[in-house]
Design a protein around this ligand. Structure first.
Ligand code: 5AD
Ligand code: SF4
Length: 477
């Protein structure tokens, strides 16, 4: 297949952080493409973080805006997009596997447009591999140009060539794009994009551009609309939400935004992800004062060892992390804290690993996503020598998870015999006649009921059993 390379990724350019004004693009449908998808269907496979889920909702909105309808059968749709994740090697392995399956399908259905987008194409190596080894792919684009989607599809149809447009700039802010939200009661709300932290192991600052905050007016308007539409819960999204506003040159911070959003009347506010260094007193006070801000915080720590934290470029110490969460526990005594941890960072010693275990015990986390360090080409850590074997890394992960899982269970046990408020998501996969949802502390809760009219409502449930991964309770009248 012929290639049309509109733009190729460059990790060197993606690293740049110039002091340029961020451009806000107000999305407008172009009449030229208005019937592009008439009578045709689409499907989007989404991998990775909530940021990607939110991006897929925007791409679905853009596609439906030009006439496509959602396909019930992904392998039979006219346009298939893979919205990819590059955070770890195993995330990418899964995607190469799915591409293998799509290859066979494309042979049987040659007019199907297959596109790959999101974080993976932002990596030079991945895009080169796609161009060399996955000739059947029609479209390659990244995280910065979702708004070009109709034009890219149009070009692919017209030219029958592979169209590649991966921009490695610092990024823009896309406003007013249509969205097809996955839920009718819970919504993602991006408050900022990108990351300027440059943790040495992480590819995100290269794939997502610089930190750029949406205006508070745009965010508050979006939440007001969601309230009007009957939404109950919002999750504010950003790689480092605590840095909200820093790039806007005003003194309006994330804490201020929480106080303002509390006034919109939305029932529940959650946010992710936080960076411990930027978590400030105002935000913690907002967690205490705002009824709608839920008593749960996901605060990735990554390691409990000060030397490792330093080499990771995390910019805080064990002691500083503990003092922040202790202060938060003073203000919101029943708060549930969860975290992210990486084991097997290059040259991590047994003693350093033990410091992480110590931290898990002292912090009393009620959950953690735990990962084995994965080398990401182009990041500083990829060049660090590493003496820790794969076997050792896997063993450390298993040993760590014993403590983490105890934390999950204790986090559920503390609600035994108590009545919790659950926002109902739907039928539970935990058995016939059961429904489920999340409590304020983000505990997955199952209860007996087959009343589908409860979906999207908040109900009271008395907890009768605490398991490692969920709680079970009885619906209160
Ligand atoms: N290897 C392993 N885990 C990683 N994370 C980010 N980059 C890597 C990597 N190279 C983890 C961090 C982060 C979470 C989203 O993914 O723990 O908080
Ligand atoms: Fe990656 Fe660190 Fe930014 Fe999180 S804060 S996205 S771990 S660079």
């Amino acid at each position: 297949m012929k290639n049309i390379k509109l733009a190729m990724p460059s990790l060197k350019d993606a690293k740049l952080r110039r002091k340029l004004d961020v451009e806000t693009i107000r999305y407008k449908e172009n009449n030229k493409y208005i019937n592009l998808g008439k009578g045709k269907t689409y499907y989007i496979f989404t991998y990775g973080c909530q940021g990607n889920e939110a991006d897929s909702e925007v791409m679905a909105g853009i596609l439906e805006g030009v006439g496509y309808t959602l396909s019930q059968d992904p392998m039979n749709s006219d346009v298939v997009l893979l919205n990819t994740c590059a955070i770890r090697e195993n995330a990418e392995q899964r995607i190469w596997g799915v591409l293998g399956q799509l290859k066979g399908r494309k042979r049987e259905k040659p007019d199907m447009i297959v596109g790959i987008c999101g974080c993976m194409p932002q990596e030079e190596n991945a895009t080169n591999k796609i161009l060399e080894s996955y000739d059947f792919i029609d479209l390659v684009f990244g995280t910065h140009n979702r708004d070009h989607l109709p034009e890219l599809i149009y070009q692919a149809y017209l030219t029958k060539a592979k169209v590649v447009e991966v921009l490695s700039n610092e990024g823009t802010i896309l406003e007013d794009a249509p969205k097809v939200r996955q839920s009718h009661h819970k919504a993602w709300v991006n408050i900022m994009y990108g990351c300027d932290e440059f943790c040495t192991y992480c590819i995100v600052p290269y794939t997502r551009g610089r930190e750029r905050s949406r205006s508070k007016e745009d965010i508050i308007n979006e939440v007001n609309e969601l309230v009007k539409e009957g939404y109950k819960e919002i999750t504010l999204l950003g790689q480092n939400v605590n840095a909200y506003g820093k790039d806007l040159g005003t003194d309006y911070t994330f804490g201020d935004l929480l106080y303002d959003l509390d006034k919109t009347g939305i029932e529940r506010i959650r946010y992710t992800t936080s960076h411990p260094r930027d978590l400030d007193e105002k935000t913690m006070l907002a967690m205490r004062d705002c009824k709608s801000v839920m008593p749960h915080l996901h605060l990735p720590v990554q390691s409990g060892d000060n030397d490792v934290l330093k080499i990771m470029n995390r910019k805080y110490t064990y002691e500083e992390y503990m003092s922040k969460i202790n202060r938060l526990k003073e203000l919101v005594p029943d708060i549930a804290i969860t975290t992210d941890i990486i084991v097997g960072f290059p040259n991590e010693t047994e003693e350093q690993f033990q410091n992480t275990i110590k931290l898990v015990q002292n912090a009393k986390f009620e959950g953690a996503y735990t990962f084995i360090y994965s080398k990401r080409e182009g990041t500083p850590a990829a060049k660090m020598p590493d003496s820790v074997s794969d076997k050792e890394k896997h063993e450390r992960l298993e040993r760590l998870n014993v403590y983490v899982n105890e934390g999950y269970k204790k986090g559920h046990e503390r609600f035994l015999n108590q009545v919790v408020e659950v926002l109902v998501d739907g039928e539970s996969k935990n058995g016939e006649g059961m429904m489920c949802g999340y409590s304020k502390h983000l505990k997955l809760t199952h209860f007996k009921s087959n009343d589908l009219s409860l979906i999207g409502k908040t109900v009271k449930v008395k907890i009768t059993e605490a398991k490692t991964w969920f709680m079970i309770g009885e619906l209160c009248e």
